[in-house]
Design a protein around this ligand. Structure first.
Ligand SMILES: Cc1cc2nc3c(=O)[nH]c(=O)nc-3n(C[C@H](O)[C@H](O)[C@H](O)COP(=O)(O)OP(=O)(O)OC[C@H]3O[C@@H](n4cnc5c(N)ncnc54)[C@H](O)[C@@H]3O)c2cc1C
Length: 436
């Protein structure tokens, strides 16, 4: 009997170091490579993301186009179905008598809910998944997932002695697709004109960026520059490719180790690893806490003392608050789809602690806008800043004046991104609301 498989691409848009894809290629006679760009469910959310920003869509589209080109070089192609994943898979199972389903493990609650639904719906099909979005597999962790440390520091102490496996090569050959290629509108429609983003999506562009970053020797000064607000060079900018899976974190670490062996190993090169361990922590945190990642009280015992004020929320989104640094940062995000780590900390702190807004709406807005959106990193960081997540040492409130003086002392960033707006009041109040 022919073995016919479906490989479900998600946040692993690459051929290199993709163990689940390599397994499918070894085991199957025929293989459908499927991607469904469906929106996440709102079931677990106070609010699902609105329409994805054109920056995010553009980066995703470029990443899928590159994946399709790379699949063509292996006599394969990418099938993009703009319909709910469960419907698309059901149709393909019937059409091709599918025997196996493969995917990379995913930290997202919704993605796991879909996968588990398929597992229970099709008992006759073999399901296989492998970790590829993390540096380590679950088996390599020195603790059970249920015992994930509650603070990053404890996690780091346990994980640092472990050496990551090297990345694997792309499959030498791929089984053919059982169906002829159908041109997808999603891959053909070009949204390039509207884009002012400096990042190019895809596995090939990701590797070019990785090489360019290390060949310019920027890694040697990362720790000194990493808190910058503007420009390509102050931090690595690996996140868009890591989040979409165009690059694996093991490929990044392997390149970092080569740099340390061949060029220089110092505090800065260590600090890149340190930040990637934060990423690793949030991935396992999301794997462990699943739907609690999206709840108001997070993993803490009680709800925060914040609420939802529609006008404040709109003003924050559009960069029209009483805080010039916040306005500049939000204008930068809305124009480019990217914001620095320092910037994200400041706008999230402002959202929760100055505007007293329910943190989940801020996380949802970033989900919609960021080209490097990653479920675990985004929602985990927002929980942390709202004081309802990892390491719950109360609130993480930033003094915005002090931060502006430190990171934008000449107000260059504020001027460049037009942080001084014409705000009159934060909340509109009707005259009839006042006591007589
Ligand atoms: C409120 C908030 C929301 C965030 N949302 C996301 C998101 O959706 N996707 C995302 O990838 N990162 C997110 N981050 C983490 C961090 O801001 C970005 O990873 C970083 O700014 C990306 O730029 P870079 O690649 O130049 O980072 P660098 O400073 O060069 O760091 C190197 C890599 O380490 C990882 N990293 C660094 N800081 C963090 C962190 N705090 N948490 C997790 N990983 C980290 C990233 O993979 C990054 O590419 C968020 C942070 C905050 C405070």
């Amino acid at each position: 009997m022919l073995k016919i498989g479906i490989f479900l691409f998600s946040n692993d848009l690459r051929l290199e170091d993709n163990p689940a894809l390599a397994l499918a290629c070894r085991e199957m006679d025929k293989l459908v490579c499927l991607y469904c760009p469906s929106q996440p469910s709102t079931k677990t959310r106070v609010r699902g993301p609105g329409k994805l920003s054109h920056h995010r869509l553009h980066f995703l589209q470029q990443s899928l186009q590159t994946l399709d080109q790379n699949l063509h070089s292996q006599q394969q192609h990418l099938l993009v179905r703009e319909q709910p994943l469960l419907d698309a898979v059901a149709e393909l199972i019937t059409l091709h008598d599918v025997t196996h389903l493969y995917r990379s493990c995913n930290a997202g609650w919704y993605e796991n809910h879909e996968w588990n639904t398929l597992v229970s719906r099709y008992p006759g099909i073999v399901f296989q998944q492998k970790h590829s979005h993390t540096l380590f597999t679950q088996d390599e962790l020195p603790f059970e997932l249920s015992d994930l440390p509650t603070s990053f520091s404890k996690f780091r102490r346990l994980i640092e002695p472990i050496t990551a496996s090297p990345p694997t090569l792309r499959p030498p050959s791929m089984p053919p697709s059982p169906s002829p290629e159908v041109a997808s509108e999603f891959l053909k429609t070009n949204i390039h004109e509207k884009n002012s983003c400096t990042f190019e999506g895809g596995e090939n562009a990701g590797h070019q960026h990785l090489n360019s970053y290390f060949s310019q020797k920027l890694a040697s000064s990362y720790k000194l520059t990493r808190n910058g607000l503007d420009g390509m060079d102050y931090s690595t900018k690996f996140s868009p490719w890591l989040s979409n899976g165009c690059l694996s974190v093991r490929s990044v670490i392997a390149r970092l180790r080569d740099y340390e062996n061949d060029i220089e190993s110092n505090d800065s090169t260590y600090w890149i690893y340190f930040e990637l361990l934060w990423r690793e922590y949030y991935q396992w945190y999301a794997h462990k806490h699943q739907s609690a990642l999206f709840t108001f009280k997070g993993i803490s015992a009680s709800n925060p003392n914040t609420s939802f004020y529609p006008q404040r929320y709109q003003k924050w989104c559009h960069g029209n608050t009483p805080f010039p640094i916040i306005n500049a940062l939000m204008h930068q995000l809305n124009t480019t789809g990217y914001m620095s780590n320092r910037g994200r900390q400041l706008v999230a702190s402002c959202f929760v602690h100055e505007l007293n807004l329910d943190w989940r709406y801020g996380a949802s807005y970033m989900e919609q806008q960021l080209i490097d959106y990653d479920t675990a990193s985004n929602w985990g960081n927002w929980q942390y800043l709202a004081g309802v997540g990892a390491d719950p040492r109360g609130h993480r409130k930033f003094d915005l004046n002090k931060q502006t003086a430190t990171y934008d002392p000449q107000s260059e960033f504020i001027h460049r991104w037009q942080g001084h707006t014409k705000l009159v009041t934060l909340d509109s109040v009707d005259a009839s609301d006042w006591p007589i």
